[in-house]
Design a protein around this ligand. Structure first.
Ligand code: KG4
Ligand code: ZN
Length: 362
């Protein structure tokens, strides 16, 4: 049995969790700075770093207290070291290094992007990574920083077959909400305000899906583009808003606008992922990342998933940034004795993912 303490500070959540054997949540604490950043309409890296610094020790103590454990009883310390905002990452990373060296525990650096994928597996108790029927997995990672499709093979080899060429899906929601002055973060606000709206009332573009009449370059079959969607929202708002003031859209017009915007975005995400499922003959389809909290997306994803493909949707609490996904993924590196040096760096970007440690070919 291994109990791993995980730390996450890549963006605006300070989180610490303790997970047993990659699956069982012993404690999972998340402290959000969202309200602080909302004043600026987005995450301010230096402010994020300062907030992490005041929160990290408190959050760690709370995670230990909830678990009824001391650091001595932990088997390893895992931490997100990339990708993310470097000033923010550095706080969690240095705190983790301090714990690992003071208590003589192995340090395990974690790729935040891969941790999001693993978030879908934490509480999927009957999921057996050695089951060949699961492979290849086709995973859709949708967050504020990422929109990618990853194919994971049974031997652990992985390929990112598509990614956004401009804005991420979460960014399109955040920027869309900002444009209409609805607040930050935009995803949850849009979901709430779009409820009950007519998603078919307005047509928003579904870029890179070959539906514009121009055809689709095969190189972009699994790529995404959301900047056009955002621009379309701006023109739409200018056209329909009283006096052209985009912040004045209200009532049914606002509800239907947001429902239609959300419809276009979720249509593109699902059509690309299930096109990949078909092409790669995937055994499972995985949905994860902050935007995966969205109920419209979750329902559409489940409905579109073919019967013979296992549908794995991350529980909402493991969709947005958390440390449970960090500590759980770290278990697989721990088992293999793959530790990181105390010189581990925080990086804004990582090379494309090519391998995952959890697939177990029999
Ligand atoms: O995974 P995450 O917490 O951080 C990143 O790694 O980026 O994702 C944050 C993103 C934000 O863009 C936020 O607007 C979006 O997830 N989000 C949602 C919902 N909740 C959070 N998007 C749509 N619907 C939601 N309910
Ligand atoms: Zn994230």
């Amino acid at each position: 049995m291994a109990r791993i303490l995980g730390i996450e500070s890549s963006c605006d959540e300070t989180a610490v969790a303790i997970i047993e054997d990659g699956r069982k949540v012993i404690s999972n604490i998340v402290s959000s700075q969202m309200a602080k950043h909302a004043l600026y309409g987005g995450v301010v890296p230096e402010l994020a770093a300062r907030e992490h610094l005041t929160a990290v020790e408190k959050v760690c103590n709370e995670a230990l207290k909830t678990a009824g454990m001391t650091v001595e009883e932990v088997d390893a310390v895992a931490v997100t070291h990339a990708p993310g905002l470097v000033p923010a990452l550095l706080v969690g990373l240095n705190f983790a290094k301090g714990l690992a060296s003071a208590y003589n525990k192995p340090l395990i650096g974690i790729n935040h992007f891969l941790a999001h994928i693993y978030g879908a597996f934490i509480e999927a108790e009957d999921l057996d990574f050695s089951d060949p029927a699961l492979y290849p997995m086709a995973a859709l990672v949708v967050s504020g920083g990422h929109t990618s499709i990853v194919i994971i093979h049974s031997d652990g080899n992985a390929e990112v077959i598509g990614t956004t060429i401009d804005d991420a899906a979460g960014e399109a929601l955040d920027k869309g909400a900002k444009l209409l002055n609805l607040g930050y973060p935009g995803g949850p606000v849009i979901e709430r305000l779009a409820k009950g709206g007519d998603g078919k009332r307005f047509h928003f573009p579904r870029s890179l899906t070959g539906t514009s009449g121009k055809g689709l370059d095969p190189a972009n079959r699994f790529n995404f583009s959301f900047s056009g969607l955002k621009t379309a929202l701006l023109y739409h708002a200018k056209k329909y808003a009283p006096d052209g003031n985009t912040e004045k859209i209200e009532g049914e017009l606002l509800t239907d606008t947001l429902a239609s915007y959300q419809e276009a975005l979720t249509d593109v995400l699902c059509s690309k992922l299930f096109d990949a499922v078909k092409l790669y003959r995937a055994g499972s389809a995985v949905l994860c990342g902050g935007v995966a909290c969205n109920s419209v997306l979750r329902e559409k994803f489940e409905k579109k998933c073919p019967e013979n493909v296992r549908c794995i949707i991350a529980p909402k609490k493991f969709c947005t940034d958390n440390a449970a996904m960090v500590a759980a993924l770290a278990y697989h590196y721990y088992k293999a004795g793959q530790y990181s040096p105390l010189t581990l760096d925080a990086l804004a970007r990582l090379p494309k993912l090519t391998f995952v440690p959890f697939a177990e070919k029999k």
